[in-house]
Design a protein around this ligand. Structure first.
Ligand code: HEC
Length: 149
């Protein structure tokens, strides 16, 4: 796993120079997520975390419409944000992770919006590391669908 992370880190230096996060640091920080989240590919292999099911599977989350992982019951606000066009990317995930509730309130322009995720990442730098880590488990949607067949 360590070697894989390193290879991906080296790759992303070339592929995405704008990406500030460090995926290796993100892997360590993912400890705080795994009580609730798992990263499991369509073949059923757990790539990160253990068996956390309180939150949605984060495999392929970047590029996914918010609130749309099948078989997960989201709170209404995040579903609404997705329906209004919110698709997760490396940029918008950072403020979401730092404060999901504020993020949804701003996105929906609704002060009463609520997040089903109470956890907040300590600061932006750590959120960027986590996003860089999660980016390793995202692929174009068609490929993910093919793999699921
Ligand atoms: C206490 C449980 C819990 C922890 C800890 C937690 N989450 Fe969540 N997370 C959730 C729940 C529940 C949702 C669904 C939110 C909703 O319905 O509004 C969610 C939603 C998300 C989403 C949106 C996914 C989607 O499909 O739209 C992302 C991204 C996410 N979490 C990432 C993380 C990361 C990264 C961490 C670690 C820093 C983390 N979460 C920690 C429970 C948790």
């Amino acid at each position: 796993m360590k070697r894989l992370t390193l290879a991906v880190a080296t790759l992303s230096l070339f592929a995405a120079p704008a990406l500030a996060g460090d995926p290796a640091a993100g892997e360590a920080a993912f400890n705080q997520c795994q009580t609730c989240h798992v990263v499991e590919n369509p073949a059923g292999e757990v790539l990160a975390g253990r068996a956390g099911r309180q939150g949605p599977n984060l495999y392929g989350v970047i590029g996914r419409q918010a609130g749309t992982y099948e078989d997960f019951r989201y709170q209404p606000s995040i579903v609404e944000a997705g329906e209004q066009g919110l698709v997760w990317d490396e940029e918008n995930l950072v403020p979401y992770l730092v404060n999901p509730q504020d993020f949804l309130r701003e996105t929906l322009n609704d002060r009463r919006a609520r997040s089903g995720m109470s956890h907040r990442v300590r600061n932006e730098g750590m959120a960027q590391d986590l996003v860089a880590f999660l980016a390793q488990f995202s692929e174009p949607a068609e490929e993910a669908e093919e793999a699921a067949d």
